[in-house]
Design a protein around this ligand. Structure first.
Ligand SMILES: Nc1ncnc2c1ncn2[C@@H]1O[C@H](COP(=O)(O)OP(=O)(O)OP(=O)(O)O)[C@@H](O)[C@H]1O
Ligand SMILES: [Mg+2]
Length: 270
């Protein structure tokens, strides 16, 4: 009733307590080419970790490896479940969700229907047909979180680019993904959309474990709580934004690579 509700110290949701990602010696080879050459990574809930690095550094391949889409060796545990060598659907069921650079929503369905289908895939076959009295609480909550409550009946196909990305994130939330791996979520977004996405990631990252693959340095400086810099399949540097920005090896890789011309210390990406 009163505003004090929102100022109460929040107890961390028990569901998220033991949800941390621990990657050890992750390695991916494609026909002898080492795309990921032994990566260690620890990400805890509440940390908004950015994964950056020049083109071809292995960022997407790491996400693929953690979601069962790339053949990997080594270990990657989330919430006590080993992801390496596990099947795609079992990884998803263990609470690991990812987005792709191009949002994969059903354009011809409404926002609500998209979320319902995602929630249904969590509930399992059959349950989607069950008669519902109103919107499931998880879907309602996701609509609020992604800021699309007012657009629930709009077709996903007519949403703005940014809104589609938010819907895709919402679909992970209703599937109860507790580890979210987001591959360049703000690519192609306007400045205002980036800001909103950053706030959204903060809200989600407060409890869940979030890893954001990103190129946009302005965005990183505004929202990252920690950064891992990859280069040629290995971790080059890790720490706070200030720490990696000041790391001479990072500066050299970014200035030396010339790929997309992204300097860590100055300017924006893209
Ligand atoms: N299926 C594949 N078969 C062969 N090589 C691949 C495959 N997928 C990725 N690679 C190679 O692995 C390396 C890492 O690619 P990856 O896509 O992970 O880089 P990235 O850091 O995501 O780059 P970008 O910033 O361009 O998205 C690249 O050299 C890429 O060509
Ligand atoms: Mg990539």
């Amino acid at each position: 009733m009163t505003d004090t509700d929102t100022t109460e110290p929040e107890g961390t949701d028990q569901r998220f307590r033991h949800d941390y990602l621990e990657v050890r010696g992750l390695r991916v080879e494609f026909d002898g080419f080492v795309a990921v050459g032994g990566v260690d990574l620890t990400v805890t809930p509440g940390d908004l970790r950015f994964l950056i690095g020049p083109n071809g550094a292995g960022k997407t391949t790491i996400v693929d490896a953690l979601t069962g889409l790339a053949p990997a060796t080594g270990s990657a545990q989330f919430g006590g479940v080993e992801l390496v060598g596990n099947k795609v659907h079992r990884i998803a069921r263990s609470g690991v969700g990812r987005t792709f650079q191009t949002a994969s929503v059903f354009d011809e369905l409404t926002v609500l229907q998209n979320l319902d289908i995602a929630a249904g895939s969590r509930r399992g076959p059959g349950t989607l047909q069950r008669k519902r009295s109103g919107t499931p609480p998880a879907v309602e909550e996701a609509l609020e979180t992604i800021g699309l409550a007012g657009a629930r009946d709009r077709l996903a196909g007519v949403l703005a680019h940014g809104q589609k990305q938010w819907l895709e994130i919402g679909m992970l939330l209703v599937q109860d993904a507790r580890l979210l791996l987001l591959d360049e979520p703000v690519a192609g977004m306007s400045h205002a959309e980036r800001e909103e996405t950053g706030q959204l990631l903060r809200r989600i990252g407060a409890e869940r474990t979030v890893v954001v693959v990103e190129h946009d340095m302005e965005f990183l400086r505004s929202f990252a709580s920690s950064v891992t810099v990859l280069h040629q399949g290995r971790v080059l540097s890790e720490g706070s934004v200030a720490h990696v920005q000041a790391d001479p090896r990072v500066v050299e890789v970014y200035l030396g690579s010339g790929s997309r011309g992204r300097a860590v210390g100055a300017g924006t990406g893209s």
